[in-house]
Design a protein around this ligand. Structure first.
Ligand code: ZN
Ligand code: ZN
Length: 98
């Protein structure tokens, strides 16, 4: 028989853990360079921590991890979302007890 084992799924509520309603924007301080200074001496931009981008709120559902652990109970609780999740699941089915 085929037993369904749900491990984890890409979070359907965000893009790589970032809330799509609040996408990151280019850092104004370093203009997206991630650093500032003269050509001899540069500093990592503290505003964006060297990434050149600021903002990008962590997804509340997955805490910014980009994936969520799921199981059948959870899927049952999220019937309206299940198709969405199933479509994005990694390794959602595992063959056991053949
Ligand atoms: Zn910056
Ligand atoms: Zn998420």
């Amino acid at each position: 028989m085929l037993k369904k084992i749900v491990t984890r799924a890409n979070c359907p509520f965000c893009i790589d853990g970032v809330n799509p309603g609040d996408p990151p924007t280019t850092c104004d301080y370093c203009h997206g360079l991630g650093e500032y200074g003269t050509f001899k001496l540069t500093y990592m931009c503290e505003t964006c921590e060297g990434t050149g981008q600021v903002g990008g709120e962590d997804c509340e559902v997955c805490s910014g991890k980009g994936y969520i652990p799921v199981d059948f109970k959870m899927l049952e609780d999220m019937v309206d979302k299940v198709n969405d999740i199933m479509g994005k699941c990694n390794d959602i089915f595992e063959k056991v007890n053949e």
